[in-house]
Design a protein around this ligand. Structure first.
Ligand code: BGC
Length: 719
């Protein structure tokens, strides 16, 4: 019996085939037997050639086909089929358009783990409907610099927020029998030069910051697939890096899923196999393919035991997903009305109201009749370029969204351009309000930004418009941070929308009209200037090349490819990244991490702090918080809990996010919530002891609605 998920409104038969042939014995077909037993049994039926064949993707020039791998024809087991995420399913068949969800950067601004789960469920449903098994998402690299072109595919600057959102996104996908794939492991915070760049850091920085999201994806999300980055880590390509693959993922975290490579991440067969990589994919599939891995086993350079371990991981994935799991395979659906509604709802949930002088928003059509609409973002639905680009059936521009939401107002659209300045200014004077849709520089794969300035003179024009109308609202559409310092104090309101997916226009109109009360909070710091971010302050971006003759694009043919180590990206700021750095240095951000306004107001109060257990690794603390909606409409607030330790033997950030919860409240409603803390909430990674350590002493718990707006703080002593 196939199960039907609530998300499914159109019944499409999942293409999970009956994969079992008659002559192959019965044990691995018995779904009632424990997974590991079936696995072992199937492994024993495979020839060496068949085992090795499972360890690489199709070596082919056909793009769509490159996303498939393995399969055992003799046993009638089909290939495992994968597709890109992470911001919706990227399908290659134009006749089956998928849902372009808001960017995961926007998702992270919801600070809502339930939103992350729903996001994952939409993707899983579409994957099932396409008969696919693994979706390449979530993207879990951190926004160390606003210049990384793929920030829109990631989840902001904080490892705990990223890990929490990602774990729930993964649960959403995998609860439906589709595999999620956490990428790009590890510390791939730059894109253009990723193939040749080594991210260098100490153990503590790795464990506390860049590894933590992946640890949470494994321990809380139970993720089934991890993709290794194209880059190097501490001087060794991740794909060949035994320390971060075998020692950390397998030995430290007991990870039992598949480790596969990014599209160009592998070079050397023996090193890649020995480090712990299970499967080579894409343009580097040949590294385990073309008989290279097979011959290495035959020559005795690699043991069959090592191959068995890889094949077990891969078969485990086959059993976990629809490849072998027909009976439990859910029915999916694609691009349904329900998915469209979700894309729009999710987008509104993540939008962040940064400024709202004199309650300019929401726009009241009783009072505001004439709306000037301009800016380069008005007639587009911006998204990132590259592997995560989703082609959707619908694409609602801001202009379209406004026209359908404000039927009783005059929407006066003036197309954007410096040559139009006089027309724009005279219109600014004659209209009641100005909506300026600012568009950041194009973000995408291999498209790191050169700066964070708004292109095409937008800052100047926003300023001039503000000189002519006090009610200028700037709506920002971008894949990363954009500079706002030169105009933010002049405009009346700012709504941050990141890349908001296929329903961009409708979702923005929902918030501007007040149909939806914004509840998003920044998942990253917006600084006054680029140089305020740690890696720019310290001159660590871009890196200096230390090798010559860098081949800009890697040739595809195996014989021509060689690993190059050309750049060092030293993470010298250590754990002081994002708001941890701004707090430590006393740098005032323009809008701090965690910040975002609402159309209503809230009161956050302490209810109590209970130390339930005070014994190092058994530490358990509960923080009880009261929250009330003191305003005039329903809305949501994000309670954020940070911890700081001042007398530690190593320098620690003044405060770090260790818990959060989004709370929905009607007018006048009050709730009490509890945020649990444990050993890890207080511990730091000790480089000396090579382990987590909790030092006895005084810890301060800060609770507020942004990293810089603390409602109350209280110190506790841990023994
Ligand atoms: C990207 C990955 C992506 C893969 C397949 C690579 O270039 O870095 O994120 O999943 O291509 O499209």
């Amino acid at each position: 019996m196939k199960k039907i998920h609530p998300f499914t409104t159109i019944l499409l038969v999942c293409s999970c085939l009956n994969v079992y042939s008659q002559q192959t014995g019965y044990k691995f077909q018995q779904t009632s037997l424990p997974l590991e037993e079936r696995l072992e049994d199937l492994l024993n039926r495979l020839t060496l050639e068949e085992k090795v064949k499972l360890c690489y993707g199709n070596v082919t020039d056909n793009t769509a086909d490159r996303f498939n791998s393995g399969g055992i024809a003799r046993l009638n087991i089909k290939q495992i089929e994968m597709l890109d995420g992470p911001v919706g399913v990227r399908n290659f068949n134009d006749n089956q358009k998928t849902t372009a969800l808001p960017s995961t950067l926007l998702l992270s601004c919801t600070w809502d783990i339930n939103s992350a789960r729903r996001y994952g469920e939409v993707m899983a449903s579409e994957m099932l409907s396409l008969g696919k098994h693994v979706v390449f998402g979530p993207g879990m690299n951190l926004m160390r610099s606003p210049l990384c072109g793929r920030n829109f595919e990631y989840m902001g600057e904080d490892p705990f927020l990223t890990g929490s959102m990602a774990a729930n996104y993964i649960n959403g996908i995998q609860s439906m029998g589709v595999a999620a794939c956490a990428k790009h492991y590890l510390a791939n915070e730059i894109d253009n030069l990723r193939h040749y760049t080594s991210s260098n850091m100490d153990e503590r920085t790795m464990h506390e910051i860049y590894l933590l999201p992946f640890e949470m994806a494994i321990k809380e999300g139970k993720v089934w697939v991890i993709m290794t980055a194209n880059s190097l880590f501490n001087g060794i390509h991740v794909t060949e890096n035994k320390t971060v693959l075998q020692n950390i993922l397998r030995d430290e975290f007991n990870y039992d899923g598949v480790i596969l490579t990014d599209w160009r991440a592998a070079y050397n067969t023996i090193n890649t196999a020995n480090a712990g990589t299970d499967m080579t994919t894409g343009f580097c599939a040949y590294v385990f393919g073309e008989d290279r891995l097979l011959n290495a086993v035959k020559n005795g350079e690699i043991s069959e035991q090592l191959i068995n371990a890889k094949v077990k991981n891969i078969l485990r994935l086959y059993f976990r997903t629809g490849v072998m799991n027909e009976d439990n395979c859910l029915v999916g659906s694609i691009n349904t009305d329900e998915h469209k509604r979700e894309a729009r709802k999710l987008a509104t949930e993540g939008m962040v109201l940064l400024k709202n002088t004199a309650n300019l928003l929401p726009i009241n059509p009783e009072k505001i009749k004439n709306i000037l609409v301009t800016g380069p973002g008005v007639t587009v639905v911006p998204s990132g370029t590259g592997s995560s680009k989703v082609i959707s059936e619908i694409s609602v521009t801001p202009l379209q969204g406004l026209k359908s939401a404000f039927k009783n107002c005059n929407i006066n659209y003036v197309s954007y351009g410096s040559s139009k300045i006089n027309l724009l200014l005279s219109n600014a004077k004659s209209n009641d309000i100005v909506l300026f849709f600012a568009l950041g520089g194009q973000c995408g794969e291999s498209r790191d930004l050169k700066n964070i300035e708004l292109p095409d003179n937008q800052a100047t024009i926003i300023n001039k418009l503000s000189d002519n109308n006090k009610k200028v609202v700037v709506i920002t559409l971008s894949g990363s941070v954009i500079a706002m310092d030169s105009w933010s104090n002049k405009v009346g309101a700012i709504l941050l929308c990141c890349y908001a997916g296929q329903s961009t226009g409708d979702a923005i109109a929902d918030v501007l009209s007040g149909k939806v009360n914004p509840g998003g909070k920044l998942s990253y710091t917006i600084a006054n200037k680029l140089e305020d971010y740690a890696c720019h302050y310290l001159g660590l971006w871009p890196q200096k090349a230390h090798a010559e003759n860098i081949v800009p694009i890697l040739p595809k043919a195996g014989s021509e490819r060689k690993a190059i180590y050309a750049y060092d990206c030293d993470y010298k700021e250590g754990v002081f990244m994002g708001y941890r750095w701004f707090d430590q240095k006393g740098i005032e951000p323009l809008f701090p991490f965690g910040y975002g306004l609402s159309y209503t107001s809230f009161l956050i109060e302490k209810s109590g702090i209970d130390i339930i257990s005070n014994k190092t690794d058994k530490t358990k603390v509960q923080v009880k918080i009261k929250i009330s909606n003191t305003g005039t409409r329903e809305g949501s607030e994000v309670i954020q809990l940070y911890i700081g330790e001042t007398n530690c033997s190593v320098p620690r950030p003044p405060k770090e996010l260790k818990g959060f919860q989004k709370v929905f409240l009607n007018t006048g409603e009050k709730k009490e919530i509890t945020i649990p803390l444990d050993f890890r909430s207080f511990a730091f990674w000790s480089n000396e002891k090579n382990n987590w350590e909790l030092e006895p002493g005084k810890y301060t718990i800060y609770v507020g609605n942004s990293s810089r707006n603390i409602a109350f703080e209280e110190s506790i002593i841990l023994k």
